[in-house]
Design a protein around this ligand. Sequence first.
Ligand code: GLN
Length: 265
Amino acid sequence: MAGCGLPRLEARMLLEQVLQKPRAWLLAHDLDPLDPALARRFGELAARRLAGEPMAYLVGEREFMGHRFAVNPDVLIPRPETELLVETGLAHLRALAAPRVLDLGTGSGAVAVSIALARPDAQVLATDASAAALAQARLNAQALGAANVRFALGDWFQALPAHEPPFDLIVSNPPYIAAGDAHLAQGDLRFEPRAALTDQADGLSALRAIVAGAGARLAPGAALWLEHGWDQGPAVRRLLAQAGLREPASLRDLAGIERISGAKL
Ligand code: GLN
């Protein structure tokens, strides 16, 4: 493990993964010789990490809202800044009993399942255009004990079952990176599903489609909150206002960046 070329924390996380032992065990058995097969497995993971693969895919999970979400390359890795979307959504639901919630493009299910766990009385519907992503979201809902989430396959509002009543809250973290953005060729993003990151256009096309369809799916007084890129706040507020939604507003993440925008019907 020493001298494998990885930062100490990453090496420890990979070793925990290979040995399937928690940190306390590793500390207590620091000087035990490593079984050669396990050492080889560790070497393989370390090499993949050095070649750039995201830690979350190598260890198979990422923590979000205090829950451990299983992830694989079919789904975007949950980001800490997306917790603002969940917290803001939950704040809107505070005054409502048994609220109906829609999460469009759920990926790993991080947003939908976190809301469902925080509000066991809520009925959450989670959609994705990727069947593989939806399968992963379903696994996470099961593993984390969120029985109040349903799943639907398809593009944005087209995924919704017929006769679906209106929602009290719609949230989404859609692909919002513009085609050709240099970030797509950097870091973890190189390994994440393209369709979860970029609309292959100006970065606003998914946000436009969601805002355009939301009005018909929101209950009176319901809220729509969307995550977006660092410079998209003004454009998304404009879209919300043009769609006739009330009180368009943006909120900043911990880095001070306008990260989500929302409005009410
Ligand atoms: N927040 C991600 C990033 O910039 C992008 C996720 C998305 O497009 N929804 O790394």
